[in-house]
Design a protein around this ligand. Structure first.
Ligand code: AMP
Length: 532
């Protein structure tokens, strides 16, 4: 055995380190009224200590679940640390889920307390409070207008508490956070993260070929703190001393994002493709875009496949794009497409669009239906499976058969892996289109449509077909002032894919339905077009 010390890998240790070493580092957060709140890590963690004090006085104990319905702001960040470092579980809830689904996951987690943003309290929280017996509902940015015996304004709640809290010594395997999947392919399932998985994931996320976070980067997570902990950025940033810019509830507002990037000199940002489509809508022209994004060096796109045109449009304005793959069950970091020293400037756009190489700490393989491993040759396509230090080994309070007996987790994605170890996601297994016994990749068809100058967003779904079993239907939204010509769009596919892949029909609609996490909601689309 080696002779080295072991220290528990806890979120508390990240907080202590940041407090000691990076206390002066800035945090900017957008308030509900669009004003910007500024402080530093030192004050942030002092307030987290006050919140921990208030919650423990209110009865919060180790192992309790505390729900949050909150945006990307400093209050939510304080709650992340106050709850987890007290030994309780920070249960982030997606406010865009259906209220019945929200109630269902609150009951399943048995949340005792709720921390909620004032706008969500007005639209959702007050009602929730009537049917869920929370012991305390803590409302932030409420201007003291909260009502009810068990609702309290956040700042009043923490007022008078000591800025030093006796943080408990925790086991690194203790649960720290809970996040339910968005349920696009079934009922939401809970991923229960631990302190250890979170710390190891934070290292992985900060690596140069992941999000490259450091003292010299200023990071803006456009991925929500209510879904997979904003890709773990709220842990990696304090770990490495990276200043944070939090866009509050305005993650979907391209104008706010553009202003933040320009005025706060953001260097790196992460989000789903739609976030960047919204941002690009704000650029009047090339020159304007270059000016607004001057400070931005890197844009990470994940959560869904990135169309070539989107990558090219962003890069034409200056920043480099990195595509990435991950999921709720993988904390979410899985693989990232960073350039190797040898391939700068030589990599084709097709290679750039791949989901990238596995990050150390999580292993990948592809298997066929008989669970036999397939080669990494860029040709063989199979079920993508993963295992690693920040991958779930089961769902929270739920039986599921996504794991094989060797511990590999079946992601539900279909992928190839090329000879340079880059993962290529071809589809979600549930979204694949089976035509005449052969598979068609909806992602490939979507990316081609999205590269047409008139198309803003595209989605391809399977439609039942008496002859072929299923055929692809292309649903598109037009760019501003454009009208899509279906015949011309179908013609656009010629030579790009096999003829039998080309969709039979194009439907133009004003807006594609998006899931609560900003991805195109194919479940809704399928239901919408079922009858047509
Ligand atoms: P979620 O758990 O909601 O974060 O969704 C995870 C799913 O998003 C994955 O299983 C993939 O189907 C999809 N996804 C994530 N990243 C990518 C990517 N780079 N390309 C294609 N699909 C992706």
């Amino acid at each position: 055995m080696g002779n080295m010390m072991t220290m528990p890998l806890t979120i508390t240790s990240i907080m202590r380190h940041a407090q000691q070493v990076f206390g002066h580092v800035d945090l900017v957060s957008v308030n509900l009224d669009l004003s910007r709140h500024r402080y530093n890590y030192s004050v942030c963690f002092q307030r987290a200590a006050q919140l921990a004090g208030a919650l423990s006085q209110a009865g919060m104990k180790q192992g309790d679940c505390v729900a949050t319905l909150a945006w990307n702001d400093h209050y939510h960040l304080e709650a992340y640390y106050a709850i987890s470092c007290s030994g309780a579980i920070c249960h982030t809830i997606n406010p865009r889920l259906h209220p019945e689904q929200i109630k269902c996951i609150i009951r399943s987690a048995n949340d005792r307390f709720l921390l909620i943003s004032a706008d969500l309290y007005a639209t959702l929280g007050r009602e929730l409070g009537k049917s869920i017996p929370f012991e305390k509902i803590i409302v932030y940015q409420s201007d003291n207008t909260v009502d009810g015996d068990n609702s309290v304004d956040y700042d009043s709640f923490i007022q008078g508490q000591d800025i030093h809290f006796p943080w408990p010594n925790l086991d690194e395997n203790q649960a720290s956070g809970l996040c339910y999947t968005s349920g696009t392919t079934g009922n939401p399932k809970g991923a229960l993260y631990s302190h250890r998985s979170t710390v190891l994931h934070s290292y992985g996320m900060a690596l140069p070929d992941s999000l490259n976070m450091s003292l010299s980067t200023k990071v803006m997570p456009v991925v929500p703190m209510f879904h997979v902990n904003a890709w773990g950025i709220p842990y990696s940033a304090p770990m490495v001393g990276s200043p944070l810019v939090l866009p509050g509830r305005y993650m979907g507002d391209g104008k706010v994002l553009a202003a933040l990037i320009e005025e706060e000199e953001v260097t790196s940002a992460a989000g789903v493709p739609t976030a960047w489509v919204n941002l690009l809508d704000q650029m009047k022209n090339q020159e304007d875009g270059i000016k607004k994004l001057r400070s931005l060096k890197m844009v990470a796109i994940g959560g869904a496949s990135a169309p070539a045109t989107l990558v090219e449009k962003i890069e034409a304005l200056g920043p480099r794009v990195r595509t990435a793959w991950g999921m709720t069950e993988t904390s979410p970091l899985g693989c990232v497409n960073a350039l190797a020293h040898s391939d700068t400037n030589q990599v084709s756009i097709n290679d750039r669009l791949k989901a990238g190489r596995p990050v150390y700490g999580i292993e990948f393989r592809i298997v066929n239906d008989r669970e036999e491993e397939l080669p990494w040759n860029g040709e063989a396509s199979g079920h993508l499976e993963v295992r690693g230090n920040w991958v779930c080994r089961q769902y929270y309070h739920q039986e599921a058969d996504n794991w094989d007996h060797h511990g590999w987790f079946n992601t539900g994605d279909i992928a190839k892996i090329d000879t340079e170890s880059r993962i290529i996601i071809t589809d979600r297994s549930k979204d694949l289109i089976k035509s005449g016994g052969e598979w068609i990749s909806s992602i490939d068809l979507e990316n081609i449509a999205a590269s047409h100058p008139d198309v803003r967003e595209a989605a391809v779904i399977a439609m039942p077909d008496p002859k072929w079993d299923e055929r692809p239907l292309l649903v598109v939204t037009p760019n501003t002032d454009k009208d899509i010509n279906p015949a011309e769009l179908l013609e656009f596919y010629q030579g790009k894919v096999a003829n039998w892949w080309i969709p039979d029909r194009v439907v133009q609609i004003t807006d594609l339905p998006h899931t609560a996490t900003g991805k195109v909601d194919k479940k809704v689309l399928r239901a919408q077009f079922e009858e047509t």
